[in-house]
Design a protein around this ligand. Structure first.
Ligand SMILES: Cc1ncc(COP(=O)(O)O)c(C=O)c1O
Ligand SMILES: N[C@@H](CCOP(=O)(O)O)C(=O)O
Length: 468
């Protein structure tokens, strides 16, 4: 029996070991996998990580989750390979922007967004498990712009997988679109869906909930519904806190938030024993999470297009993982909440559960004017150029800075991914790095589909090479 078992938030799917949870993506009852118990590191063990490289810390923090299901030397080699693709030796370097404020740059991977950090490792983990089992898989993902590019980059040309990325047609930045549509690899399929990100994500979940289809094409997922995505994102909370004096000092983090995966990884770091002050949820005008923390009512509204399109999201998948924690891991409560969401687009959070959430989390929103002003003012005062998602974070973080705990805002994307918004706010046209310099001239290849499950399943069924 595994020491670390993964259980579904909805309580009606089998519990799994690490490799099966990795390949499953979404649980068969529609829930999300979490470890039955959180592994912990003592303060002494965390102190022991001081002076170690990102890769060494990743190995120490992640091994308890992998739980011996992948041989230690192989896992270590995957970590080294994954982070050798990064252009900065620190992987997630820190930049000081004020006396006690910092930006953690997560955009030094090949596709210039924080998604590369987890995706490069995920692709290697999946490849390893598929090779070991002599199997193939069909990978699906929904994207509001960044997950798609990172997944395509990480899986392109891998012969055990075909990857199908659903993105909202016309609602991602031109750079993001080209990152998804110009791959020459025959196992890559970019699907422009006539809808918004939530439609794409609903389609992905519907495919997982269609058991015959799921089994027929051997479906697996690369969104943060997949536990391994969250797990890999836990590492940079540790590296950053350690660099700033942790675990002997509490550090707070502000996270530009959409699907709640990145900030949930911060919560996991805290549960593992890392002293974290507050975790601040920063939303753009699509502020369902900020409203929820304030009112206790999770209520969907229509999605507004903003200059931070990757966060134009209403259904934050990973909020389900936090709710599961906050309600005492009661799967029936999660099933009720999710049924409410499906039927009426809303659910209420009871007082106790809300109190639990508010103990660790704070939330705020930035409107479009505030985002542009933050880009402009940060450039003027520090010479540092923010992308619009990071600007949402920096704006919100200012409300929660305290003299007793350094505040770190996660910089989730490079400004060159969103040149129009950055130029209009700052006058600067940020250049793409050398390996992407000709990106916008590369030939595009994508298919356009209606947001209908049958159309998407038919397309995938026709092109996927994994067959039961
Ligand atoms: C640039 C950027 N910032 C922030 C987010 C929000 O992250 P999360 O969905 O993990 O909350 C996303 C998308 O997920 C993103 O692409
Ligand atoms: N902002 C994301 C949305 C999907 O998030 P994920 O973390 O669940 O993959 C994107 O850029 O696609």
């Amino acid at each position: 029996m595994n020491v670390v078992e993964y259980i579904s938030t909805r309580g009606e799917a089998p519990s799994l070991g690490f490799r099966d949870a990795l390949m499953a993506g979404l649980a068969r009852d529609g829930g999300l996998y979490v470890p039955r118990e959180w592994p912990t590191l003592t303060k002494k063990e965390i102190r022991g990580l001081r002076g170690k490289s990102y890769q060494e810390i990743a190995f120490a923090v992640l091994s308890p989750f992998v739980d011996g299901e992948i041989a230690a030397d192989k896992f270590r080699a995957m970590i080294d390979e994954a982070y050798a693709t990064f252009k900065h030796p620190a992987i997630a370097p820190l930049v000081q922007t004020g006396p006690n404020s910092f930006v953690m740059e997560l955009f030094h991977g090949t596709t210039l967004a924080f998604k590369d950090v987890a995706m490069q490792l995920l692709a290697r983990l999946m490849d390893h498990v598929l090779a070991e089992r002599g199997e193939r898989a069909t990978i699906v993902g929904a994207t509001s712009g960044d997950t798609g590019g990172a997944a395509i980059d990480a899986f392109a040309g891998r012969d055990r997988t075909d990857i199908f990325i659903l993105f909202p047609h016309g609602k991602v930045s031109p750079v993001q679109q080209h990152q998804m549509t110009t791959s020459k690899a025959s196992n890559v399929h970019a699907l422009a869906i006539e809808g918004n990100f939530d439609d794409c994500q609903n389609l992905v979940k519907a495919m997982f909930n269609d058991a015959p289809f799921r089994d027929r094409v051997k479906l697996s997922g690369v969104n943060s519904i997949n536990w391994a995505r969250i797990m890999a994102q836990v590492v940079y909370y540790f590296t950053t806190a350690i660099a700033l004096g942790g675990p002997d000092r509490k550090i707070s983090f502000t996270v530009p938030t959409g699907n709640f995966g990145d900030i949930f990884a911060g919560y996991v770091a805290k549960r593992m024993g890392l002293p974290i002050g507050k975790l601040v949820v920063a939303t753009n005008e699509n502020d369902i999470l900020a409203r929820t923390l304030k009112t206790g009512r999770y209520e969907m509204r229509s999605v507004a297009a903003t200059t931070s399109p990757s966060m134009d999201i209403q259904i934050s998948s990973n909020f389900e993982r936090l709710l599961f924690e906050a309600c005492g891991r009661d799967p029936a409560a999660i099933r009720n909440a999710m049924n409410g969401l499906k039927q009426s687009g809303a659910f209420e959070i009871d007082e106790e559960t809300l109190k639990f959430i508010r103990r660790d989390f704070r939330a705020g929103r930035a409107n479009e004017k505030q985002v542009a002003a933050t880009i402009r003012e940060t450039l003027a005062s520090t010479g540092y150029l923010l992308d619009p998602h990071t600007a949402v974070g920096v704006f919100v973080s200012q409300k929660f800075e305290r003299p007793d705990a350094p505040m770190v805002t996660l910089s989730t994307a490079h400004p060159a991914k969103f040149p129009d918004a950055v130029k209009s706010a700052s006058g600067i046209d940020p250049a793409l790095p050398s390996w992407l310099a000709d990106l916008m001239d590369r030939e595009e290849r994508f298919d356009i589909l209606e947001p209908e499950l049958k159309a998407v399943e038919d397309f995938i069924g026709k092109h996927a090479r994994a067959k039961a």
